[in-house]
Write a protein that binds this ligand. Structure first.
Ligand SMILES: Nc1ncnc2c1ncn2[C@@H]1O[C@H](COP(=O)(O)OP(=O)(O)OP(=O)(O)O)[C@@H](O)[C@H]1O
Ligand SMILES: [Mg+2]
Length: 258
């Protein structure tokens, strides 16, 4: 390797152009072999660097979003769940609801794909450059309650208000106490018309009084959340049981209405 190539590579490293650092030698060889114009050489090298940086950025933001798994819209079998209007999901995948600070609520019984779709939209958001954070409802409430007890509630609320898209999974599996409900209300209230939310729940809105143990708080939460929102009410069978049903291990369950 010539002293000049070594110097070029050192400078590329110093500039954090790692993909170019990796490729420059082979690209130079190819360029001189094929008598490639300088502009083509530079164009192709920069293209690779930009792609690599974008991919790294998406991987980093995906990691920061704390998704429980990586699932995409492409891997969602819409034929299995005909109650879902694919067009509405496609519209949500444009991420316009995030720009408008609107909310999306997935309702339905266990295993019908609520978390899958919430994560898939979250991944779309990350890919489009929106800061996104995923949490389940119970750890969220626990973290708000802990912060409140330690006089750090402001800081914690700010943390949950920073992402452009906040996904709160599994509202309703475990009841929330009155204090937790108040803290949750504060969060919903702060994000109202400012930051988008995706929520998933196995309980219909009429049952939210029971989840929050206080009809006044439940109404106030629902009022803000539903003002600018899309509700996807999934009525179907659990995908988790699909394989077992197929294998004849269990009978097809009744379609659950919510
Ligand atoms: N229509 C579908 N196409 C492909 N995979 C699906 C579909 N529906 C669900 N799944 C898969 O089935 C599993 C369960 O789905 P998911 O976790 O989204 O269900 P859920 O509605 O959130 O259930 P729960 O209320 O129990 O949390 C996941 O692995 C998910 O990827
Ligand atoms: Mg789920």
């Amino acid at each position: 390797m010539s002293a000049q190539i070594t110097r070029i590579q050192e400078n590329l490293k110093a500039l954090k152009l790692f993909k170019t650092h990796e490729l420059v030698e082979s690209f130079l060889e190819e360029a001189s072999k094929n008598n490639q114009p300088y502009s083509d050489f530079l164009d192709q090298l920069l293209k690779q660097e930009v792609v690599a940086k974008k991919e790294k950025n998406i991987a980093m933001r995906t990691c920061l979003a704390k998704f429980p798994f990586v699932k995409t819209l492409e891997s969602f079998d819409f034929d299995f769940q005909p109650s879902i209007d694919k067009k509405r999901i496609k519209e949500l995948a444009t991420c316009r609801f995030i720009d408008n600070g609107e909310n999306v609520i997935f309702l339905g019984p266990p295993g019908v794909g609520k978390t899958h779709l919430a994560v898939a939209l979250g991944i779309k958001a990350v890919t489009e450059g929106y800061r996104t954070y995923f949490t389940q409802a119970m750890p969220l409430i626990a973290s708000l309650s802990k912060a409140y007890a330690e006089n750090r509630i402001e800081e914690r609320l700010k943390f949950y208000c920073q992402p452009k898209l906040l996904i709160i999974d599994e509202i309703g599996y475990i009841p929330i106490d009155r204090h937790g409900a108040h803290l949750f209300f504060q969060l919903v209230s702060r994000r109202y018309e400012r930051g988008a939310l995706i929520l998933t729940s196995n309980r219909s809105f009429s049952q939210w009084n029971e989840i929050f143990g206080d009809p006044v708080i439940a109404t106030a939460i629902l009022d803000r959340m539903l003002h600018h929102s899309t509700t996807i009410n999934i009525k179907g069978n659990s995908y988790r049981l699909k394989e077992k049903v197929k294998a004849g291990l269990i009978r097809q369950p009744e379609v659950t209405q919510s």
